[in-house]
Ligand binder design. Structure first.
Ligand code: BDP
Length: 717
């Protein structure tokens, strides 16, 4: 008995040490020892030595990473040598490892893009080695991260022949961080930029942020909010930004800033910001020169102009192109670029917001300078749980477009709901625009600009903040990860990316992976189901953008414009007979969206106004179908809870409990959405929620009176 107890105690001790509490700070770069018995262990376990000469800052960063990775994963000291040995890793560029020049794969290195790399099993001077090689130091860094990922994900390291080049050139995070430390639509604490102590004090977080980004290929960061403050361009703030640029440079990340169009007036002492005014043009040129004197590799500007009250060229009767080209001209000599956002609307009522971006930008196609991207959001409204792709994709062949995705879950439950966005991103990227016939997906449109204009880009609004685990919800990390991986290769599969992340974040064991992946892959559809199914959109709370408020109605903003509910019908007629939004797509897409019988059901109420009695594909009436989806959504959250519980004891307690308790919170919120929305719709339709379903516990009045948590992050300060 005693013996058994001791064995049991020993077992407990071992298992708790195996499942040490983790707070999530290390993200997917945990580098825990690879489990014995996995497919590549035997290879790894050989005392893997490294030859890695070179002292540039990126090579040093890469070597540090390899050291942390190998010593962690293999649980042995990292050893470097200058002598070739069997089974060793040889890492570098032809400059840092001159013997690469004599190898047959040298031509392959020469053919790589700037950030590309090669990972090859080969024989050099009679020794069997693995080579990580690139033309540039940053390419080497990316190669090192790839190699470590192979180990982390239990991939075989035998007979490697990997050649990777990024498919898009600019892969940028657009932080919406304010200079006072708050983050607009950020749900993971405050901004990680500590402006007070910059530029001299560089927090460890900056390096860890840069490592995480480099590990997924992100190569740019816009530091501040699109709702910009002119003072971010003042000398004292630029000096601070240069501190971050210095911290990120070894990791191949360039710093960008938002530019407030009225800056020449606000901080430049001019009385106009008119882009045609020579003094204004000179002011921007001088400002850009000053920026490059502090940040020699500055990336450029991101601009939100003439949208939601922001100043812009239209204030002076000029076009978006006039404004963008003025900035582009100033940046051009230094290789800088402009991201000019196409998210424009002026809070006008009675204009269908869905058609405004296209109408403003389409006529300007071809008028932008060659270092300007026009940047639409993924859909024509505003980061809703589901939108059809923005019709500008496929509509501006003569202007490179950058796709803006939102990683932070502004309209997808903030950091409280588990929603894997890889599937949302993939859905957009793989949408067919038919620009050049079938197969012209948004992804291909973006990649094609590389051929036609020599530049290509994608941007994501991140979910990063000062929370210990960076993103608030542990699974929010997967969205940051997925954005980076899809930015590198927009044709990658969201499912495979989820698997990579889950392997690196939790474990390679099937019994862990299977539940984690099930949850991730169902989560976005689940969110749509309990919030805005069948193409409904923009019925969230006015201020916080979380929780239901289809009843919101004030002179500036009303949810009624988005659902147009009456006792007979719901949905907006955006067909050719309605607002004409379907006509902004190429013919085959237009034909599909325009015809209620062909329109995919997930966009039904987006494009069509539909009577409650309309018979949907399932045979149910529209009303019953809506009820069905809202209930399905809540059921699915409950399923997610059950699936998560399978992980009890298989992963560490801290992360298990964190997710388990957030899933409980998510269930409550899903019920809130379901009951609030259905009771509101029912007030118009007069139709019943079938008696066999769990009935709402409260009245519509109750839901209407639930106070929304104060948006303390300062959006409306
Ligand atoms: C809306 C956000 C707002 C942003 C705006 C934008 O609610 O906070 O400033 O988009 O993207 O979704 O400019």
């Amino acid at each position: 008995m005693m013996k058994l107890r001791i064995i049991y105690l020993l077992f407990l001790l071992c298992s708790t040490s195996l499942l040490q509490a983790e707070n999530g700070y290390e993200l997917w770069l945990r580098y825990r020892p690879v489990a014995k018995g996995t497919s590549h262990t035997s290879y790894c376990m050989k005392n893997q030595k490294v030859m890695f000469p070179g002292e540039t800052e990126s090579l040093i960063a890469a070597r540090k990473e390899l050291q942390a990775g190998l010593s962690g994963l293999l649980d042995i000291p990292y050893t470097e040598t200058k002598v070739l040995e069997n089974n060793m890793l040889v890492v570098g560029t032809p400059q840092s490892v001159p013997l690469f020049k004599q190898q047959t794969f040298h031509a392959e290195i020469d053919g790589l893009a700037d950030e590309g790399y090669l990972i090859r099993s080969c024989t050099i001077e009679g020794k069997k080695v693995t080579v990580i090689a690139a033309r540039t130091d940053v390419g080497v860094l990316y190669g090192v991260f790839h190699y470590l990922r192979l180990m982390q994900t239990d991939h075989s390291l035998d007979k490697l022949h990997i050649q990777e080049n990024p498919k898009l050139k600019y892969r940028v995070l657009d932080h919406w961080d304010n200079l006072n430390g708050t983050v607009e639509r950020g749900y993971a604490g405050y901004s990680i930029w500590n402006w007070e102590r910059l530029p001299s004090y560089k927090e460890q977080r900056y390096t860890d942020y840069a490592r995480a980004n480099a590990s997924i290929g992100i190569n740019g960061a816009v530091l501040n909010n699109v709702n910009a403050q002119a003072k971010s361009l003042r000398y004292d703030w630029l000096v601070k930004a240069s501190g971050l640029a210095d911290a990120f440079r070894p990791y191949g990340i360039k710093v960008y800033l938002t530019a407030k169009f009225s800056a020449p007036k606000e901080i430049g002492g001019l009385n106009t910001a008119n882009p045609k005014d020579p003094q204004v043009r000179k002011w921007w040129k001088d400002k850009v020169e000053e920026i490059y004197s502090l940040i020699p590799d500055f990336g450029g500007f991101l601009v939100k102009a003439n949208s939601e009250g922001q100043p812009g060229p239209q204030d002076y009767g000029c076009s978006h192109a006039d404004g963008a080209n003025m900035l582009a001209e100033a940046l051009k000599p230094y290789g800088g670029i402009v991201f000019w956002r196409a998210f424009v609307y002026q809070n006008e009522r009675h204009v269908d917001r869905v058609i405004t971006g296209y109408n403003e930008f389409k006529p300007l196609d071809g008028e932008f300078a060659d270092n300007v991207f026009v940047q639409p959001k993924n859909g024509p409204i505003d980061f809703q749980p589901r939108e059809p792709f923005h019709p500008l994709f496929g509509g501006m062949p003569d202007t490179p477009l950058s796709l803006e995705l939102q990683i932070t879950q502004e309209n997808l439950g903030h950091a409280g709901h588990l929603v894997y966005l890889g599937t949302l991103f993939e859905e957009i990227l793989q949408s067919d625009t038919y620009e050049q016939g079938k197969g012209s997906t948004v992804s291909k449109v973006l990649q094609n600009y590389q051929k036609t204009h020599g530049i290509s880009a994608i941007a994501g609004v991140p979910n990063i903040g000062t929370d210990l685990n960076w993103t608030g919800h542990l699974f929010g990390q997967a969205n940051w990860y997925a954005f980076g991986r899809l930015a590198w290769n927009p044709d990658a599969s969201a499912g495979k990316i989820a698997e990579e992340w889950a392997r690196m974040t939790f474990s390679n064991s099937e019994s862990v992976l299977s539940p984690v992946l099930k949850i991730m892959m169902m989560s976005r559809e689940t969110y749509v189901d309990y919030t805005m199914p069948l193409g409904l959109n923009h019925i969230m709370n006015f201020g916080t953008h979380n929780g239901p408020e289809p009843w919101h109605d004030d002179p500036v903003w009303t949810a009624y414009d988005y659902h147009k509910i009456t006792k007979d019908s719901i949905g907006v007629d955006r067909t050719l007979k309605g607002t004409g939004a379907t006509g902004q797509y190429h013919v085959p897409v237009c034909a599909m969206f325009d015809d209620i019988k062909k329109c995919p059901q997930e966009y039904l109420l987006w494009f069509h106004r539909v009577p409650w009695s309309y018979k949907t594909a399932s045979g149910r009436s529209l009303w019953n179908e809506l009820v069905h989806y809202y209930y399905k959504g809540v059921d699915e959250v409950r399923q997610m809870q059950q699936i998560w519980n399978e992980l009890d004891g298989q992963i560490d307690r801290e992360r298990f409990e964190h997710v388990a308790s957030l899933l409980k919170y998510q269930e409550q919120e899903a019920i809130w959405w379901r009951d609030g929305c259905l009771l509101f719709f029912q007030d118009y339709s007069g139709l019943p929620i079938p008696a066999n379903l769990e009935q709402p516990k409260h009245s519509l009045k109750y839901y209407k009176n639930i106070p929304f948590p104060h948006d303390w992050k300062g959006h409306y300060e």
